[in-house]
Write a protein that binds this ligand. Structure first.
Ligand code: TYD
Length: 150
């Protein structure tokens, strides 16, 4: 059995300051631009899953959870929305509104996504396949999780 102290050390708990905006390349063309996004190059992890949120009703909110191990890169592929990231102590709100920029979210960060523009597409590149056990969906439980790990 792995001792509890060792398990605590393996918890991946980061701060909002460890999350950052990633600028992707833009290949400009009068006929329309291209932005390439490549594993371990523009994206600092191996992409195992891609999903996107769309048809979000006006005033709708998404997120409202943290992940224990998942890394994500969130891009406003179309339109705009705001992401508030929270490490249990510090909070930061980032407005995403360009298809060539993304927010890299480290594991152990709570996020709320709001203020979706009409027709917005929230594209998410993820380091792991879907796993409900990786989610923390209750904010009080999240606070206990990060406090225990610090
Ligand atoms: P969730 O990650 O909570 O969505 P959001 O962060 O956008 O609010 O997921 C919403 C529901 O969709 C939840 O029941 C799990 C399911 N889901 C999958 O089955 N596969 C996936 O890859 C994702 C992201 C969600």
């Amino acid at each position: 059995m792995i001792p509890t102290e060792t398990l605590k050390l393996t918890k991946m708990i980061y701060k909002v300051f460890d999350c950052h905006i990633v600028h992707f390349p833009v290949i400009h063309n009068r006929a329309g631009n291209i932005t390439p996004v490549q594993n371990n190059l523009e994206v600092p992890f191996d992409i195992k899953r891609v999903y996107y949120l769309y048809d979000v009703p006006g005033g709708g909110e998404r997120g409202g959870h943290a992940h224990k191990n998942l890394q994500q890169l969130v891009i406003a592929a179309s339109g705009s929305f705001d992401i508030t990231i929270d490490d249990g102590v510090n909070k930061k709100t980032v407005a995403l509104n360009r298809p060539y920029m993304g927010l890299y979210i480290k594991p152990g960060i709570w996020r709320d996504i709001s203020n979706f523009s009409s027709g917005a597409i929230c594209l998410v590149l993820a380091s792991e396949k879907y796993n409900e056990d990786d989610y923390i969906r209750n904010y009080a439980a999240y606070k206990a999780y990060v406090q225990d790990g610090r």
